[in-house]
Design a protein around this ligand. Structure first.
Ligand SMILES: *[C@@H]1O[C@H](CO)[C@@H](O)[C@H](O)[C@H]1NC(C)=O
Ligand SMILES: *[C@@H]1O[C@H](CO)[C@@H](O)[C@H](O)[C@H]1NC(C)=O
Ligand SMILES: *[C@@H]1O[C@H](CO)[C@@H](O)[C@H](O)[C@H]1NC(C)=O
Ligand SMILES: CC(=O)N[C@H]1CO[C@H](CO)[C@@H](O)[C@@H]1O
Length: 453
């Protein structure tokens, strides 16, 4: 019988899963016939007197000899009669095999198998992910108050051996905590006079911690032990993100709606370009993970994608809009691997997931999840963040009892709730997930951080 194409690295449960749903003993008669056909095809190619040696001679040095895979060279392909090639219409085509009449039953079986094993593969993948989430626990020694006031932003260093977390609070303080070494403890710095709205370790140089408050964007450089000032403005800043791989330029948004491009290398503390995107308020900006010239802005009711290459001072038009929000939006972020999803949090008590694969003028709503957002005056508003390690799941704080941090799949399914009745007694509005490890940190409204690992 034919081998099931399983990767050797796959675990046993996957194999079990396949053989349960596959029912592939039914296919053996068909497969036998197909094998016979393949053998006959091989004879046909042999009759064409195609030898690997001649093919190798003809292939260019350094190029992958593709014809080795299909059995004949480009040169010989061109000699094959063209008239036998039917003209295939443009656009989508139904998945109907060429020999439909004869084998329709088996075609259905084959396509059905393809669907079932895919479904099975995905559910296996998600159950493994759920297991890894369940294995992450909170304990008393992994809770620490690192800033005085409520946590407004957080960042985690990418190191895989040490958990170094930065938390910014309502008063402009930044707390640094090494949760792996109790003797180093946590220490607080005061680089800002207003609340720290947004923080990131530089993706290309984590010796730099960038932090943004209403009046300044600073870069804390540990090699020089200085919090440099990158940009200063009279109009309040709300959020920032890096524009390209080298993290030399950033996109900064203002509460007033404007977005600005800032080059961290240029002297002076003013922005390179300031652009009115037509928003009454811009709360978050996020750059597309693959196509770094696209960015997402979330405002009062508007969530739109723009192209930074075409930004001008006035009259900017969005590339794509994500409609449906009926109250103010707290955050909007692209999924981390391909950017083909966006998750938003809105004061109309909904989390929404959009399909941004093609960036059409109106993005399609994929799922809408009821989620109590009534954080009130004393808590930071929720922001739903993607797990940076994969494409389909995001985390968000919750008002539910017992206190918890929830993980959803982009389909709207609740995958997991992080809770601990003894240690987690408060709402964690701001959360951060390690880029490669199973580590989650949640911050509450009195400056306390909780590390699940
Ligand atoms: C085998 O080849 C014949 C003739 O080309 C074709 O009609 C038939 O559908 C093929 N069968 C399979 C199982 O591929
Ligand atoms: C920051 O700026 C916004 C908009 O101007 C304002 O509403 C908010 O109160 C400011 N925050 C602080 C802490 O000054
Ligand atoms: C923050 O968390 C700590 C520890 O879990 C808790 O003692 C404190 O009451 C929480 N703060 C608020 C405002 O709920
Ligand atoms: C339906 C509802 O209660 N929505 C609330 C969501 O949160 C915002 C801000 O806290 C409230 O103003 C809304 O009333």
């Amino acid at each position: 019988s034919l081998a099931v194409p399983l990767g050797t690295s796959q675990s046993n449960s996957w194999t079990v899963c396949i053989s349960e749903v596959d029912g592939y003993s039914h296919l053996s008669a068909y497969e036998r016939k197909r094998l016979k056909n393949i053998t006959e095809n091989a004879k046909f190619f042999a009759a064409l007197k195609l030898h690997e040696a001649s093919v190798l001679r003809m292939s260019g040095v350094g190029k992958v000899p593709i014809h080795l895979v299909c059995g004949f060279s480009w040169f010989e392909l061109q000699k094959l009669p063209m008239s036998s090639q039917p003209q295939v219409p443009v656009g989508p085509l139904p998945m109907v095999p060429e020999d439909q009449a004869e084998n329709s039953k088996w075609t259905e079986a084959l396509l059905g198998t393809w669907m079932r094993i895919t479904f099975c593969w995905l559910s296996f993948w998600f159950s493994r992910y759920q297991e890894s989430l369940s294995s992450m626990v909170l304990s008393e020694e992994n809770i620490r108050k690192v800033v005085k006031a409520r946590v407004c932003s957080m960042a985690i260093h990418p190191s895989e051996s040490t958990i170094l977390v930065a938390a910014g609070d309502k008063l402009g303080h930044i707390g640094l905590w090494n949760s792996c070494r109790t003797e180093e403890g946590h220490h607080m710095f005061i680089p800002h006079s207003f609340q720290v709205n947004c923080m990131h370790f530089s993706p290309c140089n984590p010796a730099h911690l960038l932090s943004l408050s209403n009046d300044t964007l600073r870069c804390g450089d540990v090699t020089r032990a200085v919090f440099d000032e990158i940009c200063r403005s009279e109009e309040s800043f709300s959020c920032f993100d890096f524009l390209e791989e080298h993290a030399c330029s950033a996109l900064v948004s203002h509460w007033g709606g404007v977005v600005a491009v800032v080059d961290t290398r240029t002297p002076g503390a003013s922005a390179e370009l300031s652009a009115d995107i037509g928003f009454g308020r811009t709360r978050t900006v996020h750059v597309h993970p693959v196509n770094k010239h696209y960015f997402l802005a979330a405002g009062l009711l508007d969530v739109c994608v723009f192209d930074v290459r075409y930004l001008k001072a006035k009259g900017n038009k969005p590339l794509s809009s994500l409609p449906g929000h009926t109250k103010s939006v707290a955050s909007a972020y692209f999924s981390p691997v391909t950017g083909s999803r966006v998750v938003t949090v809105c004061a109309d008590d909904k989390l929404r997931v959009y399909d941004t694969t093609s960036l059409s003028p109106t993005a399609k709503l994929l799922s809408s999840i009821r989620h109590n957002n009534n954080t009130g005056r004393w808590l930071t508003r929720f922001r739903a963040i993607w797990d940076p390690k994969q494409e389909h799941c995001f985390l968000v704080g919750s008002m539910a009892q017992p206190r918890q941090i929830q993980v959803f799949q982009d389909t709207g399914k609740l995958l997991h709730s992080f809770c601990n009745v003894d240690c987690l007694a408060s709402v964690c509005s701001i959360n951060v997930v390690h880029p490669s490890q199973n580590i989650l940190v949640g911050g509450n409204s009195s400056g306390r951080l909780h590390v699940f690992k």
